[in-house]
Design a protein around this ligand. Structure first.
Ligand SMILES: Nc1nc(=O)c2c([nH]1)NC[C@@H]1CN(c3ccc(C(=O)N[C@@H](CCC(=O)O)C(=O)O)cc3)CN21
Ligand SMILES: CC(C)C(=O)C(=O)O
Ligand SMILES: [Mg+2]
Length: 274
């Protein structure tokens, strides 16, 4: 009997299936990707969602933050990724301040979908961003929200720091999570928040949460591809695990990551914030 790879026997993850997957307790695995060749390895390794992240400003372009990434950059990388993989659900980051106005948000999102082939766009934050989320969702553009350590707010935070530690900050985050769901987001990335808070938010929402540095209680996990393959220069964030060692190859690393997310062994306490 043919040995199915992770993710191969089930139907692909689609936007309308996200809430069902959560309700059934099925863990979602997501990795970032920036080009067609790696996208093909992600697909054969069984990853269900691919994020073309603005982290490309750091791991591809070599900058210290993500603020300089343009809509053109995102469209270029998203289109390349879309040529390499068909099955995974393709999510694209909206660049810094593209949600500052609804019109700007719609222009960027239309390009990411029409030229980049993204199925869904991801916006950081709540507040005025809720207006952009509603505007896109009303126009049938699916939205993934992103809360906690939103890297585009690096200068407000004074660095890439854990968020939601104090009781008031935790309550504010819970309110933002409810607000993005109410605005129409179908997916929520929670970045660098204490595990108990991420688990509480996950329990409160009908839409899946995807954690990065947010503990095992989320509905899925995401990591930056370069971190999973151990090629990111410099100091690694706590939540990063190098899967290339155990995987033995790029595709093997992806498969090991998908398996660890599914069986709940990643992230453990060592790769989370208490
Ligand atoms: N290679 C890479 N991996 C990422 O996960 C990533 C990027 N780049 N670029 C965009 C953002 C920036 N991210 C980061 C970067 C650093 C930390 C970090 O060093 N965090 C500290 C926590 C410090 C605290 O305790 O407050 C850590 O030790 O993990 C976290 C998220 C996540 N994203
Ligand atoms: C780290 C993930 C969530 C991201 O937004 C990115 O890669 O840009
Ligand atoms: Mg991003």
């Amino acid at each position: 009997m043919y040995n199915a790879r992770p993710g191969e026997t089930e139907s692909p993850v689609t936007v309308p299936s996200l809430r069902q997957r959560k309700a059934r307790g099925e863990k979602l695995s997501m990795l970032t990707c920036y080009d067609a060749s790696f996208a093909a390895r992600l697909e054969s390794g069984g990853v269900e969602l691919i994020l073309v992240g603005d982290s490309l400003g750091m791991v591809v372009q070599g900058h210290r933050h993500t603020l300089g990434v343009s809509v053109d950059d995102m469209v270029y990388h998203c289109a390349a990724v879309s040529r390499g993989a068909r099955r995974p659900l393709l999510v694209a980051d909206m660049p810094f301040q593209t949600a500052a106005s609804r019109e700007r948000a719609l222009d960027a999102a239309v390009r990411l979908q029409a030229e980049g082939n993204a199925a869904m766009v991801k916006l950081e934050g709540a507040g005025h961003v809720l207006d952009a989320i509603r505007y896109l969702v009303e126009r049938d553009i699916p939205v993934c929200a992103h809360l906690g350590l939103t890297p585009q707010s690096v200068h407000k935070f004074g660095g890439f720091r854990l968020q939601g530690r104090e009781a008031s900050a935790a309550e504010a985050l819970r309110e933002q999570a409810r607000a993005v769901q109410d605005a129409g987001a179908e997916l929520l990335v929670l970045e660098c928040v204490p595990s108990p808070l991420a688990a509480e938010i996950t329990a409160e929402l009908a839409i899946p949460t995807i954690g990065i540095g947010a503990g095992p209680g989320c509905d899925g996990q995401v990591l930056v591809l370069h971190d999973v393959l151990g090629v990111t220069p410099g100091r690694r964030p706590r939540f990063v695990r190098d899967f290339l060692q155990e995987g033995g190859s790029v595709e093997g690393a992806v498969r090991a990551y998908v398996a660890a997310v599914r069986d709940g062994s990643f992230p453990d306490a060592e790769h989370s914030f208490a």
